[in-house]
Design a protein around this ligand. Structure first.
Ligand SMILES: [Zn+2]
Length: 477
């Protein structure tokens, strides 16, 4: 009961807030809102379709096509199949400088299929699901690009807007391949957002990371009759894992090492000829990852030597930490406050509370308020993203928007469920508005662009962007 009174109060405040703010909006910002409102129905349809397709890394054929076709239909000129990836594309509108970009993702996660209901209910057995909300991410970003495009078309602003369709964020790192191909080099400022349980201008970095697959190759023999003739690849995998676990004692608190035994022989009575260990090395800075990777490679070499087997280390992916641009985050924060909180219906709050209860969490409702701007912490939030790579080439401005209940476990069915209904849709529409407002600021305000660029150059220092991905074509499926 108390909660209902509280939420009606929020509702009242926010509608008053919104009305008061409307008069403060510039004509161009009003125009952005009008365009986004005009596209809302179609955006929800596109997002829900991508949610249903639920295509995983590099296999996002229908999702990429849907977004690209909608961009083309809205007058964007298209470059499809960029950086050797059929599901990567760039949609551009306008000409000349400044070039303001927005990134979109659309890959799903394996095994997370779920209906848009507040309890665990699998939609398609063993199928993927949008447990990171990328159906909303891609569509929300495209909505912002279309709104900006309308202003360019009407001659209200000058320059180029670009939407980057970036595949395989969850595995493989599509943006790293696009970065390697030089596709971001002429961009002035790039934007991204991510679904979350809070609304924030992004002030936290991510972890730099390398993803290694280690293959051991031994000699098979009868494990009881003549084990002395065999050399066990499984032994090497275990020894390597042991070494990594001992090394764990000596890594910094900011670092993470995690692995699985991906393969380890077939049956106990055959000395294992093949075994592999899949390992991720992460730290808050790329320099830390590079240092740890050297030690890890020595441990693997030692393990192979002890077991008397051969080995190869396959670099599968890798990304930089995100370079945070505070001047960009401050500009974003102003716009978040201008737009005001997301207001939820009684049904949505009930949906949130019941999903939290069903997951075993406290029913805390949904947090639609605008958080104050944070200070950047020395230790980033856990996890890595290929947005990090883009952020070392151009200044990157990030945003987090609520698309799931408070304290939701990410990469879970909870996020899938909310991303396929109005809680997710509201977050997506909010993201379109906030992104387009701040993108507009970058078009209109040359001083802000210069400030952002100066901070970027200062923070980047002498670092020359070096892709942390294999020297080969993207690992398409
Ligand atoms: Zn994600």
């Amino acid at each position: 009961m108390k909660k209902h009174v509280f939420f009606s109060f929020i509702l009242l405040c926010s509608s008053v807030h919104l009305l008061a703010q409307q008069s403060e909006l510039s004509e161009n910002k009003k125009q952005l809102l009008a365009t986004i409102a005009k596209h809302e129905k179609e955006m929800i349809r596109i997002s829900d379709s991508i949610w249903t397709y639920a295509e995983t890394a590099f296999g996002e054929h229908q999702s990429a096509q849907l977004l690209a076709d909608y961009a083309e239909k809205n007058g964007f000129s298209m470059q499809r199949n960029v950086a050797e990836m059929p599901t990567a594309f760039i949609a551009s509108y306008g000409s000349g400088k400044p070039i303001i970009a927005v990134l979109g993702e659309y890959d799903a996660l394996p095994g997370l299929s779920q209906k848009a209901v507040p309890g665990r209910d699998v939609r398609v057995e063993n199928a993927p699901g949008h447990g990171c909300g990328h159906n909303l991410f891609g569509t929300g970003s495209l909505g912002a690009a279309i709104a900006i495009k309308e202003l360019i078309a009407k001659g209200k602003i000058k320059g180029t807007v670009r939407f980057y369709g970036t595949p395989a964020e969850e595995s493989g790192g599509g943006k790293s391949y696009m970065a390697r191909a030089g596709l971001f080099n002429d961009v002035d400022v790039s934007f991204d957002w991510h679904p979350d349980a809070d609304i924030k201008a992004s002030m936290q970095s991510s972890q730099a990371e390398v993803d290694l697959m280690i293959h051991f190759k031994g000699k098979s023999s009868h494990a009881a009759a003549d084990p002395w003739n065999g050399r066990s690849a499984s032994d090497a995998a275990e020894l390597a894992a042991n070494g990594i676990n001992f090394y764990r004692e000596h890594i910094k608190p900011s670092a993470r090492l995690h692995y699985i035994i991906d393969e380890s022989g077939n049956v106990p009575n055959v000395v294992a000829e093949k075994a592999s260990l899949w390992l991720w090395v992460r730290d808050s800075k790329r320099t830390g990852v590079v240092e740890m990777e050297k030690r890890v490679r020595d441990i693997i070499k030692g393990a192979a030597l002890m077991a008397g087997v051969d080995y190869t280390i396959e670099l599968q992916a890798g990304s930089y930490e995100v370079l945070v641009i505070e001047a960009g985050a401050k500009a974003m924060q102003k716009n978040l406050e201008l737009i005001g909180p997301i207001v939820y219906s009684k049904e949505e709050i009930e949906f949130a509370n019941s999903i939290q209860k069903n997951y075993g969490l406290e029913p805390l409702g949904i947090n639609g308020k605008i958080n104050p701007l944070e200070q950047q912490r020395a230790d980033p939030d856990g996890g890595s993203t290929d947005v990090g790579d883009v952020s070392w080439i151009v200044p990157e401005v990030g945003l987090l928007v609520t698309t799931a209940p408070a304290k939701s476990p990410w990469h879970s069915w909870v996020v899938v469920a909310c991303g396929g209904m109005s809680i997710g849709h509201k977050g997506m529409m909010f993201a379109s508005k906030a992104l387009s407002f701040t993108m507009l600021d970058m078009f209109e305000n040359e001083k802000l662009r210069e400030e952002v660029r100066a901070e970027f150059l200062k923070k980047k220092g002498n670092e020359v962007y070096t892709p942390m991905i294999p020297d080969t074509a993207p690992p398409l499926r």
